[in-house]
Design a protein around this ligand. Structure first.
Ligand SMILES: [Mg+2]
Length: 315
């Protein structure tokens, strides 16, 4: 809401008229669905989400639920104003988001609302729940869980840590606490009906978008409109550290080629349907939120289900 006056001003300058849905008492997805039911999609040219991956994911899930309720319905395109921490979805779709959101980045995102290119985004689905960004089992969800616990525990002391808690330091502390304690699980993964991997794992990612956790790209040819999801599996702590270091997005181009070569043994493939069986129930997360732990995950893709607007103007 702090950025809203600036966004409203930019929308006005682009000649875009709008209705703002920002009732703090009602989940954002419910507000969008109610608006669609009351006004119908023909009155709406585009639905714009303002926030991080969690916000976009929540709205997109509700939009798909709205279409699924009546397959005759037609969805207006969805546009992104990325104002989160990781911004995986926006970065994967060609938005530029720096460590601080610059006026130029904001202007480009707003111009995409009116003049963006049409793109049809796939979504993933795990045990019946949709995801836009990605799904992870193992170490990363355990770090997320630990961080959420510590955040709650330290809430009373937040005046001491203002600016630090919730930021990188807490993340680093939780990573350190959790990292070496993560047990290796035996996992059996089949992709499109064929066994792809059987053996130890500490972390497993199934991604719809190319960018993971704001900083990493495990495969350069991961697209959110190819009807395929990308799976990356990490066998142990050493493999995890090496692979993450080599997958950093910030390397200059020449170094990235070398990094890709060094990371050639990465357990990665693409597919439409994945069955993941674990020796023990394990924590999971979807789109940055905790997901119920289980020893079996059925993951599939819903191709080209969401019409979205992506930046067409040069950076
Ligand atoms: Mg894909």
């Amino acid at each position: 809401m702090k950025c809203w006056p600036q966004i409203a001003d930019l929308l006005g300058r682009h000649g875009i008229t709008f209705v703002l849905l920002a009732d703090h008492e009602v989940p954002i997805g419910d507000q969008v669905r109610r608006f669609l039911n009351e006004h119908g999609p023909q009155e709406i040219d585009v639905i714009v989400g303002i926030g991080g991956d969690g916000t976009h994911s929540m709205v997109i899930q509700q939009l798909v639920a709205w279409v699924d309720a009546d397959p005759g319905r037609c969805l207006p395109p969805y546009a992104f104003i990325p104002l989160g921490t990781a911004n995986d979805i926006a970065k994967s779709l060609g938005f530029h988001v720096g460590s601080t959101f610059s006026e130029r980045d904001l202007e480009r995102a707003v111009s995409t609302v009116g003049h963006g290119a049409d793109y049809r985004m796939d979504l993933g689905m795990v045990n019946g729940t949709l995801f836009a960004d990605g799904f992870t089992i193992g170490l990363d969800p355990n770090i997320l869980r630990e961080r959420n616990v510590q955040k709650k525990r330290l809430h009373g002391l937040r005046f001491l840590f203002r600016g630090i808690i919730g930021g990188n330091l807490l993340y680093t502390i939780c990573t350190g606490l959790r990292f070496w304690r993560q047990p290796q699980r035996q996992v059996d993964v089949s992709v499109d009906g064929h066994r792809w991997y059987a053996g130890p794992m500490i972390n497993l990612i199934i991604n719809n978008m190319r960018v993971y956790a704001g900083e990493f790209e495990f495969h350069p040819a991961a697209y959110a409109n190819d009807g395929l999801l990308d799976i990356v599996l990490f066998t142990g702590q050493k493999d995890y550290l090496r692979s993450y270091l080599l997958a950093l997005r910030q390397y200059p181009r020449r170094l990235r080629r070398l990094a890709k070569h060094l990371n050639r043994n990465l357990q990665h493939t693409q597919g439409r349907r994945f069955a993941v069986r674990l020796s023990h129930p394990e924590s999971a997360q979807i789109d940055g939120e905790e997901f119920p732990e289980s020893d079996f995950f059925d993951v599939s893709v819903r191709p080209a289900i969401v019409p979205v607007k992506i930046p067409a103007e040069p950076l």
